[in-house]
Design a protein around this ligand. Structure first.
Ligand SMILES: NC(=O)c1ccc[n+]([C@@H]2O[C@H](COP(=O)([O-])OP(=O)(O)OC[C@H]3O[C@@H](n4cnc5c(N)ncnc54)[C@H](O)[C@@H]3O)[C@@H](O)[C@H]2O)c1
Length: 384
């Protein structure tokens, strides 16, 4: 009998995420011993020289300055997109057209209409899709979700979610693709999409919201020295309602002076509560009602082998997994899905619903009213 074939990946982009994906593919194979590992096989970047340079560092022998050549390459089984947001759609659509599975970074697209179009195209073509909302794969996020599902914290009443960082706080920070309005919203798309993905994953669909956006630094300078207006949000805040009855808040900011990776949520349930903060991604804080008076309080639970996906990295608790290891868990889940295992989430459909929630925040802030997420969905796209 022949050995199962590896999944040969055409990786597009070698920036922060391109490198993380390449590292994660190698780690996932070393840690999980996959039957069909993802193998970075060809690297495409903006031009041949950039691709070659990055390929040497990442030990990817074949490189190209033309991402389109990957789509028709018979030696490529999966297209992996780690480029700026405006490029996700053309790259994913080309891959779907060629019948190749797509692994794409978040946010899926600049707006919900585009994201829904991508989801429908993939479904029509029967192409599996995977989106890089990696924090959902954190063993403690998986644990929080399991605790909610099993009723361990009772009925979920409240969700307070935030993703705040400070990488745009310096007014001299240059104008980059993250500020290009053609790529969609600002902090609410770049960071807010992560906390929306967590809210939906752990609690369920968000149905309605009322939001406020603001832009504090109104002009930035490009690398070429040109002053450009900032047309996207620096900060977003929203009141939210979930389909299951829970209510709460969402916040996103890239001007949160002092915050480096404050992606956090507080889940309040009728029997207990959970706190998780990715700045300390290996600690889950749990409160369970019914303790002895004067001895009640949150307990801190360190990530360990009793939590999903931790043990293959390390046999001992408290030893700390990091960002790239969470990404490796994501890659493992993709490999298993492609080998016929459990369905992967988020796929393009779920990422389109996350994007619809981002668009709802924009519309609510613009129109200064509560808006239902259904209102921003294209006709015929059924909310999930
Ligand atoms: N999942 C996460 O936690 C996370 C974190 C950061 C970024 N992201 C997402 O990943 C994506 C990339 O972000 P990044 O921080 O890695 O950006 P980056 O700017 O560091 O890297 C982008 C890469 O794309 C390449 N590129 C640009 N145009 C190209 C083209 N036409 N053809 C081929 N390659 C091209 C660039 O040369 C670069 O290698 C974005 O969608 C971003 O939102 C996700």
């Amino acid at each position: 009998m022949s050995e199962p074939a590896p999944i040969r990946v055409g990786l597009i982009g070698s920036g922060f995420m391109g490198r993380s994906h390449a590292i994660a593919m190698r780690t996932a194979q070393a840690v999980f011993g996959l039957e069909r590992p993802l193998v970075p096989t060809v690297l495409a970047d903006v031009d041949a020289a950039t691709a070659k340079h990055a390929g040497a560092a990442l030990a990817i022998d074949r490189t190209t300055g033309d991402w389109r050549s990957l789509v028709d390459d018979a030696e490529i089984d999966l297209i992996d997109i780690t480029t700026p947001n405006t490029l996700h759609e053309p790259m994913a659509m080309a891959a779907i057209g060629a019948g190749k599975p797509v692994y794409c970074e978040k946010p899926l697209a600049p707006d919900a209409a585009t994201a829904c179009r991508m989801a429908l195209a993939a479904e029509a073509a029967g192409v599996p899709t995977f989106v890089g909302f990696n924090y959902l794969k954190n063993p403690l996020v998986q644990t929080a979700r399991a605790m909610v599902e099993s009723g361990e914290i009772g009925e979920v009443w409240g969700f307070r979610g935030i993703h705040a960082e400070d990488y745009m706080t310096d007014p001299a920070a240059p104008w980059t693709w993250r500020l290009d309005p053609r790529g969609g919203a600002g902090a609410v798309a770049d960071l807010g999409s992560h906390i929306i993905s967590l809210a939906r994953h752990v609690v369920g669909p968000i149905t309605d919201l009322s939001a406020d956006l603001s832009t504090k630094i109104r002009e930035r300078t490009t690398a070429a020295g040109e002053r450009r207006p900032v047309q996207v949000d620096d900060e977003a805040r929203a009141l939210i309602r979930f389909a299951g009855g829970a209510t709460g808040t969402l916040e996103a900011s890239w001007l949160a002076t002092g915050r480096k990776m404050y992606l956090a949520f507080e889940l309040t349930g009728s029997k207990g509560s959970i706190l998780l903060n990715m700045e300390r991604m290996n600690e889950l804080r749990l409160f369970v009602r019914g303790g002895v008076a004067g001895r009640e309080g949150y307990v801190e639970i360190p990530a360990g082998p009793a939590h999903p996906d931790y043990a293959p990295f390390c046999p001992a608790p408290g030893h700390q997994l990091g960002f790239n290891e969470i990404k490796a868990i994501e890659v493992k889940a993709i490999a298993l899905a492609l080998a016929g295992g459990a369905a992967f989430q988020p796929d393009f459909r779920e990422a389109a619903m996350i994007q619809a929630t981002v668009d709802t925040i924009l519309r609510s802030a613009r129109e200064r009213r509560w808006v239902a997420v259904d209102e921003v969905l294209p006709k015929g796209f059924v909310a999930g």
